[in-house]
Design a protein around this ligand. Structure first.
Ligand code: BG6
Length: 461
């Protein structure tokens, strides 16, 4: 069977500034929450490896862009570092950072690779966190200024902008489940962070449109389709709650320009609504996007709660549902996440049926693998499991497109093995193997497969 994708389909991969640039203390960059947290609590990070140990894109960018070309990318997403561009968060622009990002953008374009740029990928400048991070409206305003500066500096050449990558993750990690700084566990503060992030997004969209910059602006959301254990109304309701909290809390504002009424009612019922100002509703309505990036890794399987919650305990999402370990589900044996390829199709179908079929693309999909060196054969990682993973997701993606979904591309996480937040190098995702000690890059078998697929705009099974 031949799977051919639409003309001009975006083939590529994604990464982020902090995970690849390295040289954290070079070039005038200030510390992010990750640099500061690592300095304080290195034991929180796998093998105590912090964000200083990367593929050092800050120095190897030309070589890495040549590799992207070799992997037949026609597009590539990375992020800009707020801490590098405006080291004190609100003041002067750092000319060394501007020169660096200009070089990267110009080289991508020279190689025929369209740059997709994210403004914020988890890397809050520490100085802004000290002002309250996303809990503070002052930080929302500072982000809007930073966004505007980026549009002015690079908007003549960058025509695909994304305000945030997976904005729900810093909410979950930093304010609910203790895997990002500032390690708070408090639903109301989490709700405020999520709400202010939507405002920051909408302010950046407003600035982009006011500046009449060419191109389009969007956001990248990690969507986790919520599947109930059964069609019993209590399980279905549990899945609805999980969907409201973890998907629709961002999806609805950015696609419909407003929050789902039942999410607002739910938060009100539990006394968790964030403070709202009179102009917010109009601002959120202006935050509707041109292009949605979809990160898809795994679904969320849930069931109704079977044990009573202690009404005196602080409110948490798990008051509303329980996780469900579905018997027989297919797991990634090397990372522990479920692999469910039809999820990618279900996301696209939901967008087509319920959200007006927006312009979208798969901005991340990938397979993390522990101890991947064990698969080296003749000096090269033979990652046939990753080839199968990509191919099988692409088959479901192709089905979605053939039924009318407006999906314009497929980007993998990620191009080169990179540092990942608290997991550091525990799970490797790259098409290219990185030797951290020598900085040597070696293309894996999946990289060769992807290059052929991108070049042929599809594949045959
Ligand atoms: C994605 C993030 O959700 O997951 C990436 O956008 C991250 O930044 C990736 O690196 C993989 O995460 P992990 O925890 O498996 O290393």
């Amino acid at each position: 069977m031949k799977y051919e994708f639409p003309a001009n389909f975006w083939w590529g991969s994604a990464c982020s500034a902090l995970q690849t640039e390295g040289e954290s203390e070079q070039g005038g960059k200030s510390a992010t929450t990750w640099d500061a947290w690592f300095a304080r609590q290195p034991w929180r990070f796998h093998q105590q490896v912090g964000p200083q140990q990367t593929s050092t894109f800050y120095r190897h960018w030309r070589q890495d862009i040549a590799l992207l070309k070799q992997l037949k990318h026609n597009s590539f997403r990375t992020s800009l570092s707020w801490a590098r561009l405006i080291p004190d968060g609100t003041g002067e622009v750092n000319p060394q950072a501007v020169a660096f990002y200009n070089s990267v953008i110009d080289e991508l374009l020279a190689q025929g690779i369209t740059p997709f740029i994210t403004l914020f990928h988890f890397d809050m400048p520490m100085v802004m966190q000290e002002k309250g991070g996303w809990e503070s409206r002052e930080v929302v305003d500072a982000f809007s200024r930073y966004a505007q500066i980026c549009f002015e500096l690079f908007g003549d050449r960058v025509h695909h902008w994304f305000t945030f990558n997976e904005p729900i993750v810093p909410v979950e990690g930093g304010y609910l489940y203790d895997f990002h700084y500032p390690n708070v566990v408090d639903f109301k503060r989490a709700a405020t962070v999520a709400y202010n992030t939507v405002l920051a997004h909408a302010s950046a969209v407003r600035a982009f449109r006011a500046g009449h910059h060419p191109g389009e602006i969007g956001i990248v959301l990690n969507l986790t389709p919520s599947y109930p254990r059964s069609q019993h109304p209590a399980d279905v309701k549990a899945a609805h709650y999980a969907d409201l909290l973890f998907n629709r809390s961002f999806l609805d504002p950015v696609l419909r320009g407003e929050y789902p009424a039942d999410l607002v009612a739910l938060l009100k019922e539990h006394n968790q609504l964030p403070a709202c100002q009179p102009d917010d509703i109009a601002l959120i309505a202006e935050g509707k996007i041109d292009l949605l990036g979809i990160n898809y890794y795994q679904p969320r399987r849930v069931k109704c709660r079977e044990s009573a919650v202690n009404p005196d305990s602080p409110f948490m999402p798990e008051w509303l549902f329980d996780y469900y370990d579905m018997p027989g589900r297919k797991m990634n044996p090397y990372r522990g996440w479920e692999i469910y390829e039809p999820g990618i199709y279900d996301i696209l179908t939901n967008l087509r049926m319920n959200y007006g079929n927006p312009r979208c693309f798969i901005s991340e999909n990938g397979m993390g693998v522990e101890n991947e060196q064990r698969f080296i054969e003749n000096g090269q990682i033979n990652d046939s499991y990753r080839i199968n993973f990509v191919r099988d997701h692409l088959i479901w993606l192709h089905k979605g497109i053939s039924e009318g979904s407006n999906c314009l591309g497929y980007h993998m996480w990620t191009f080169i093995d990179n540092w990942s937040w608290c997991n550091a190098y525990k799970n490797r995702y790259g098409f290219v193997q990185l030797d951290l000690d020598t900085q040597q890059r070696t293309v894996k078998k999946s990289g060769e497969w992807f290059a052929a697929t991108a070049e042929n705009n599809g594949f045959t099974t």
